[in-house]
Design a protein around this ligand. Structure first.
Ligand code: FES
Length: 141
């Protein structure tokens, strides 16, 4: 008489069947045709002249998936614009509010905080500095 599969074997198989589904979230949100759609800088990048971001304003660098903001004193902040809800690249900036095209989450470009769900986690902050009149953003900046 053949032995029945043990409970532990069934548990392992059930876990294996579920695992691939978990990876579909961000992929399902990927921008069409965007080869580097989910990439943020992994090294310092030069985003151009400091004058590109006004005091109290923000600028979206869509090709870099970065937003740079400047407070009233002129201090720079930068955030990844990969949405923390499902990984979509955010492609719209209204004033200093970032709007995700996938499910409508909104973020404050000055702080990275969520101002409208479904996202609940703030954007990832990136190092940013000004050097010789240029804005440099990314790890090691
Ligand atoms: Fe869902 Fe941005 S991926 S709101």
């Amino acid at each position: 008489m053949p032995a029945r599969p043990s409970a532990s074997r069934r548990t392992v198989l059930r876990g294996a069947a579920v695992a691939p589904v978990a990876g579909l979230g961000p992929a399902a949100c990927a921008a069409p045709g965007g080869a580097a759609a989910d990439a943020t800088p992994t090294a310092p990048v030069d985003l151009g002249g400091e004058s590109g971001v006004a005091k109290g304003g923000a600028k979206l660098y869509r090709d870099r998936n970065v937003v740079v903001s400047r407070d009233a004193s002129g201090a720079l902040k930068a955030f990844s614009t990969i949405c923390t809800h499902g990984g979509c690249p955010i492609n719209k900036l209204q004033g200093t509010t970032l709007i995700c095209p996938c499910h409508g989450s909104r973020f404050d470009a000055a702080t990275g905080e969520v101002v409208q769900t479904p996202a609940t986690e703030p954007l990832n902050e990136l190092p940013a500095r000004a050097a010789k009149g240029r804005i440099i953003v990314g790890p090691g900046a």
